[in-house]
Write a protein that binds this ligand. Structure first.
Ligand SMILES: Nc1nc2c(c(=O)[nH]1)N=C([C@H](O)[C@H](O)COP(=O)(O)OP(=O)(O)OP(=O)(O)O)CN2
Length: 178
């Protein structure tokens, strides 16, 4: 089967506060690369004319738009991080630039949330493609890969309408909770 593979770079900052990585408890940043592998939901032969699964431009437009406009330079924070309250009180406009995760914003969590998000985009685009796997390179020496169903690996009890399920530009649900 064909796989359409797209990579996009983004800058981010985060901090991990749950206690497993004390060195990462202060805000710090990475230049990361996310790579997705898309496959056809109904694989077919090449037609002998256009010979495409789907034009690259169409397949990646919404996804790369979200990475560039919403994820790039966002600050990734645990939903329980007190910094969230600080931003909401002192810099509410900038709170929109916080990518909020259930628990620490690790690369594993980001892989699951991003795979759910791109799946929502692909479904909204007609469901011609699905995301078969995702790889996030956090640093030049550390990457996380994921394939399968993110729902089976995300923590239980998360809202079914959270930002990662929606085919929109959201990276948090702060507006909904305000
Ligand atoms: N399982 C995970 N472990 C860690 C994560 C993660 O997302 N998942 N993240 C971090 C930190 O973000 C840290 O900044 C990066 O890890 P680190 O190993 O320190 O990265 P380096 O590139 O500096 O590693 P070198 O071995 O020095 O190349 C920590 N753990």
């Amino acid at each position: 089967m064909f796989g359409l593979v797209f990579s996009r770079r983004f800058s981010m900052a985060h901090r991990l506060t749950a206690g497993l990585s004390e060195k990462c408890a202060l805000p710090h940043g990475h230049n990361e690369t996310v790579t997705v592998r898309l496959t056809a939901t109904q694989p077919q032969r090449l037609d002998g004319a256009a010979n495409m699964v789907e034009p690259f431009e169409r397949a990646k437009a919404r996804w790369h738009g979200w990475i560039d406009d919403a994820v790039d330079h966002a600050f990734q924070v645990n939903a329980a991080d007190p910094l969230l309250g600080w931003f909401r009180q002192h810099e509410p406009t900038r709170a929109a630039r916080l990518l909020v995760t259930p628990g620490d914003p690790t690369t594993e969590m980001l892989a699951c949330l991003m795979m759910t998000k791109i799946s929502a985009f692909l479904a909204a685009d007609g469901g011609v493609l699905r995301c078969a796997s995702i790889r996030i390179e956090e640093t030049p020496t550390n990457s996380v890969t994921f394939d399968g169903d993110p729902a089976a690996f995300l923590p239980e009890g998360l809202p079914a309408d959270a930002w990662w399920h929606r085919a929109d530009a959201s990276i948090n649900d702060l507006g909904a909770a305000a």
